[in-house]
Write a protein that binds this ligand. Structure first.
Ligand SMILES: [Zn+2]
Length: 468
């Protein structure tokens, strides 16, 4: 048996997400007024199925235990044991991913009127409920509208918005979210204690940083470290979880410090594509950078550290989790050099029929307005160069292909067009991105200029780029 199943929570108090514990406690306290249909919604690996089984046990337990703040299953009676072992006749677990059609729901509807064999309620746990076909969901809706009094439904899903609103509106939602580092540490502590593992301080933190809020992934990672030796050391954890499997963080930091932008971006893309988490990569980079910082604090190391903090904070606001990290590194490696060469002639000076250059002041307003809506997009635009306005079309130049792709992605393009329309007073604005070689100042700025502490305030940055 995997450790995740062996140490699966058996009571509400053992569940690892604090907010889920409190939501379930207040629901269970309703007792006879307990709703008959639930939606357990949230990211994968956060304990939805475990919570569903616990709820099923509380409902069918022969001797439920009253605790100081709620009710728990006894975990000793025949009902509890059968449910824990997945062999209760009255708790039916359906994997909706493979039973998603109208016929499966028809069978469910036929059986549902049979009273439970040995317990008070029949409980249907439907995993991956968003996989139901539209026809199946509509057929299921009829059951939800007139449920037999002996039935309880628990639908679990990572994508609640894919369920028809008519179905969702009849369900009582329990919201799961990514586990915090402290919450991830809970199941790890249970297992370390239960299995008598010898684990060095700091290992749990490394796992928490890599697990990206998934309790199941965290337990799997710990499990993968068990055969590595008698004692699980920080070194082993770092080697196995951070470097060997997905990326060599030390080498990446070396490339960053050497300001080799292209290999850095390629490595990050590869890491993300192979399933790595940007959040844990930033954590790992910061852990290594911290050693450098303490050994030899320079203004540029301090600045890089600060930019990594900013990137980490912006992950939640970005549509692609690696984008804030990429932008932080592009800024640190590239744009700083552009800024250091003041009064660079960045604006083309040609103007012909109906084509005008972008007024620097207007561009600054576009950036400021964008920043108030989305800091990632604004950071992206700061590394772009406005070219011309032709009718309702604004042309901008960017230096990297993936940069262009980002700006042209639906979500960003729409937002950018909205701001451009407002600031420049264009009716239905369009954006054209063109790819061009980076200005020589990016490639050839003398390293000496990098040690200056630069003001990153957006207005000042724009003044420096355009001249006052
Ligand atoms: Zn029981």
């Amino acid at each position: 048996m995997t450790l995740y199943l062996k140490y699966r929570p058996q009571t509400i108090d053992e569940l690892d997400l604090e907010s889920v514990r409190s939501q379930l406690k207040s629901l269970v306290s309703l007792q006879d007024k307990l709703p008959h249909a639930f939606l357990f919604a949230g990211p994968r690996g956060t304990g939805k199925t475990s919570a569903a089984r616990i709820l099923a046990k509380i409902v069918n337990c022969e001797k439920p235990v009253k605790t100081k703040d709620g009710i728990e299953p006894c975990n000793k009676c025949a009902q509890c044991k059968a449910i824990s072992e997945g062999r209760s006749m009255d708790v039916i677990e359906l994997d909706t991913a493979s039973n998603r059609g109208i016929d499966d729901i028809r069978v469910l509807r036929e059986n549902i009127n049979l009273v439970p064999t040995s317990s008070s309620k029949k409980i249907y746990i439907m995993d991956e409920a968003h996989m139901l076909t539209v026809e199946a969901a509509n057929a299921f809706l009829k059951t939800l509208e007139e449920p037999p009094s002996h039935a309880i439904f628990i639908l679990a899903t990572t994508d609640p918005e894919k369920l028809p609103i008519t179905v969702r509106s009849r369900l009582t939602t329990v919201q799961f979210q990514k586990a915090t580092a402290e919450e991830v540490a809970r199941p790890l502590a249970r297992i370390i204690k239960g299995e008598g593992l010898d684990v060095e301080d700091g290992v749990v933190e490394i796992i928490a940083a890599c697990a990206d809020g998934s309790l199941r992934d965290a337990v799997k990672m710990l499990e993968s470290l068990v055969p590595a030796g008698d004692k699980i050391t920080k070194k082993t954890a770092e080697d196995m979880l951070l470097s060997t499997n997905l990326i060599n963080v030390e080498k990446l930091l070396e490339s960053i410090m050497a300001r080799n932008l292209e290999p850095v971006l390629i490595e990050i893309q590869k890491f993300i594509a192979s399933g790595g988490s940007a959040r844990s990569l930033i954590d790992a980079l910061q852990a290594l950078l911290r050693d450098k910082l303490l050994a030899d604090p320079t203004p540029e190391t301090i600045k890089l550290m600060k930019q990594l903090f900013e990137a980490r904070a912006n992950i939640a606001k970005s549509f692609a989790e690696e984008l804030p990290l990429e932008l932080a590194l592009i800024e640190w490696i590239g744009v700083e050099k552009v800024q250091s060469k003041k009064k660079a002639p960045l604006l083309d000076s040609f103007a012909s029929n109906g084509v005008t250059n972008v007024d620097p002041e207007a561009w600054t307003r576009i950036l400021t307005e964008t920043r108030s809506r989305n800091v990632s997009l604004e950071a992206l635009l700061r590394t772009a160069r406005p070219l011309t306005v032709d009718g309702n079309t604004l042309s901008v130049a960017v230096y990297y292909r993936f940069h262009k792709e980002r700006l042209e992605a639906e979500q960003y393009r729409r937002m950018f067009e909205g701001v451009v329309g407002e600031v420049l007073g264009l009716a239905s604005p369009r954006i054209i991105c063109t790819l061009e070689d980076p200005p020589t100042s990016i490639k050839e700025a003398p390293p000496a200029s990098l040690t200056q502490t630069q003001e990153t305030d957006i207005i000042k940055a724009a003044e420096e780029i355009f001249g006052e």
